[in-house]
Design a protein around this ligand. Sequence first.
Ligand code: CA
Length: 338
Amino acid sequence: MGKRKLLGSLLVLLLVSSQAMAQKIVIAHRGASGYLPEHTLEAKAMAYAMGADYIEQDVVMTSDDHLIVLHDITLDRTTDVDEQFPARAREDGRYYAIDFTLEEIRQLNVSEGYEIENGKKVQSYANRFPLGSSVFRIPTFREEIEFIQGLNKSTGNDIGIYPEIKQPEFHREEGKDISTAVVNLLKDYGYTSKQDKVFLQTFSFEELEIIKQQILPAAGIEVNLIQLIGGPGSYPWMFAEDGMDKLAFFADGIGPEKGLVVARTSTPGDLEITSLVQRAHAAGMQVHPYTYRLDPGQVPRYAASFEELLEQHYFQADVDGLFTDFPDKAVQFLRTRN
Ligand code: CA
């Protein structure tokens, strides 16, 4: 190959890869959870049909070592466990998924998330799917992977999964290595390289290190890893000048709370975009903040509408993707914007 030709192919490669970088994505946060109870297969089917690029799973473990898709390590907020198994709460009054077998968990009815107010169950987002209506179940992680891969086959699409390992330290204290179980299941279902459509996320940097340095090599696979960041308090070193460079040794991207990307103190005329996205990009990492909701009171005051919020974060702050409970809105927004 001549030098000129080589240079030409390199240029094409560069263009293609920069375009791939520019392809912004929509991550369905707990499924289309703005419309159907979170982490039910129904909510995942809706997110899939709405055109989300990735669908999120939060993963916790049962007493008999099954991986289930559930946001909390407890069953209280989204099921009727208190009615079906009233004697099974721990001393703190909570019902832990890890104290129940899969067979027991399969009996629970899933509903919209709720809080107790004056002894009554009140759903957390009043405009969402009515509390206690219809019938929903907690799926296993395996069932959900098969569900999404099944839809990929029947539709010809290639939608990704975005599992989060929930509270790995808690699981270790309970004698369970949840990360190894998750990684082995990913391997069983063909997610084995960074080209495969999976991002594996966790808030625990200590666990991310273990996954990167021990669990993935032991399984003989690689997957894209995302460090979730709740606030500057959790790992102050990540916010230092070289923090993103240090993190990039372990992670392929970050999932920050959206206030870390555009400061909450921003006003309509004065958007305070932090240096986080820029620093992450300079370190070669992607940025997927959370969570974008259009329920009353959930759009920050600096944005006049949900669409403006998306414009500010996707294009002014230049994030690569974002987690939203309303994937249809973000998909529509990106279509009109491109
Ligand atoms: Ca999550």
